[in-house]
Ligand binder design. Structure first.
Ligand code: AMP
Ligand code: GLY
Length: 432
């Protein structure tokens, strides 16, 4: 079985790592990174170069393709591959709108009565109406650019003045280009967040253990929003009741709604949830695995991950049995100085030769240069600790212990990944 994984981040490294458990898998990754190169053959094609990727696959060298990031999905890579009879994991372009347009996603949720924050949407032409609306509103409010903005298109505003400043960035300075020409204004929700991945074939689905991301750059959720500075799984805060609600009120409605509207969703539906006092509500959908949640979640799966992805593509999820191994996992991202605003590249990474049982160093932004592994991104490594007995506390201890060995100039990481679960475990331990 020849498998192509598209992408170059930690999520793709985690997918390659999981697929490499299959004895008969020959793995390729386009374009990959220096860590992935140890487990797959790198193909020098960018993740968004759909026509080159198609040419590569058309040569008959690949049996199955897994698309990691959203950009090629938004560009219709799955439509292109499937029209050529190529097996591929991911949703088609029309279904990918659940991620690529916040306005589309909110209106979809409204049509299908999926719990989410109250909202209004406005175009750049409706600016004066929007300003009136902002003057009449109570705060805080959430402002979101409509299109893809690499996780940075959301701001929480405390007053009409703040909101107008943000509008200036979107409509006048156009910091997100066309992605900011429509905005969603949303009610501010409170609660813990959780990322829930449903793998579906358009009809049936399986839910992976819920994870929690840590989006802010600094400890205690301070600093700017990033792509994600760490994650752990499973999160104890999505209990049976919450999971039942997420299944029936969110996942099943998305499967039903997208099918009824003529663009059945298949692939990974990423439900970004807020556990509010009124029950779980959707913060956002993504149409692919999350990064860094995937680095944590895939460590918990005992059954074949490749088999799961294939079952989604060939519409046989109904007969896939998901087995979990009972572990807990914590992924801590080591990032480059200045991330998320700017970052330097080309810093040598040392300590990669140190191995520790139950720790995986999954690369997010690295490359080989003159025989050395150097940084090539804001997020560089995801040091992932795994506790086979299911303790987030122990998994975090392993990850942080290992972080003492890896180094690069300007490296920083958060010190509190998994804290909510660790505190929860301490409380439970004390009450026994
Ligand atoms: P998004 O890109 O939509 O996931 O938003 C990024 C982050 O902004 C989320 O993970 C939340 O922490 C926060 N956020 C987004 N929407 C809301 C909301 N309606 N209420 C409170 N926080 C939000
Ligand atoms: N961890 C957030 C995301 O993948 O969008």
């Amino acid at each position: 079985m020849r498998v192509l994984v598209i992408g170059s981040g930690g999520r793709e490294h985690a997918i390659v790592d999981a697929v490499s458990r299959e004895n008969d898998a020959q793995i390729y990754c386009a374009p990959g990174n220096a860590g992935i190169a140890n487990q797959a053959e790198l193909v020098d094609i960018k993740a968004d170069d759909v026509s080159q990727l198609l040419r590569f696959v058309d040569d008959g060298r690949i049996d199955f393709t897994v698309v990691g990031p959203e950009v090629p999905l938004a560009a219709g890579i799955v439509d292109a591959f499937e029209s050529r009879g190529k097996a591929v994991f991911g949703p088609k372009k029309l279904a990918a709108r659940l991620e690529t347009s916040k306005v589309f996603a909110k209106e979809f949720m409204k049509r299908w009565k999926i719990p989410t924050a109250e909202f209004r949407s406005f175009t750049i032409q409706q600016q004066s109406e929007l300003i009136d609306y902002l003057k009449r509103s109570s705060y805080p409010l959430v402002l979101k650019a409509d299109g893809l903005a690499a996780g940075k298109g959301v701001s929480i505003v405390e007053s009409a003045k703040d909101a107008e400043g943000e509008l200036e960035r979107l409509f006048v300075k156009k910091v997100f280009g066309g992605a900011g020409e429509r905005v969603v204004v949303e009610e501010f929700m409170t609660g813990l967040e959780a990322s829930v991945f449903a793998i579906t074939d358009g009809k049936d689905y399986v839910v992976l253990p819920p994870a929690q991301d840590h989006k802010r750059a600094g400890d205690n959720d301070t600093g700017k929003n990033t792509g994600g500075m760490g994650a752990f799984a499973p999160t104890p805060f999505v209990g049976e009741r919450e999971m039942a609600a997420i299944r029936s009120e969110v996942i099943e409605k998305v499967i039903q709604g997208t099918a009824a509207e003529g663009y059945p969703f298949k692939g990974c539906l990423y439900c970004g949830m807020m556990l509010t006092p009124d029950g779980p509500k959707v913060v956002e959908f993504n149409v692919r695995f999350g990064d860094p949640e995937t680095q944590a979640v895939l460590q918990l799966i005992d059954s074949s991950v490749l088999g799961l992805l294939e079952a989604s593509a060939n519409r046989s999820i109904g007969s896939y049995r998901l087995n979990l191994n009972g572990a807990a996992s914590v992924c801590v991202i080591a990032a480059s100085k200045g991330y998320p605003d700017y970052h330097e590249n080309g810093k040598e990474i040392t300590g990669l030769d140190v191995k520790r049982q139950n720790v995986k160093v999954l690369h997010s932004g690295s490359k080989l240069s003159d025989g050395k592994v150097v940084t090539s991104g804001g997020r560089v490594l995801g040091v992932t600790g795994i506790d086979t007995a299911g303790s987030v506390t122990k998994a975090a201890e392993l990850a942080y212990k290992h972080l003492n060995h890896v180094r690069f100039d300007g490296m920083f990481y958060r010190h509190d990944i998994g804290r909510s679960a660790i505190e929860n475990e301490a409380k439970k331990g004390n009450s026994h």
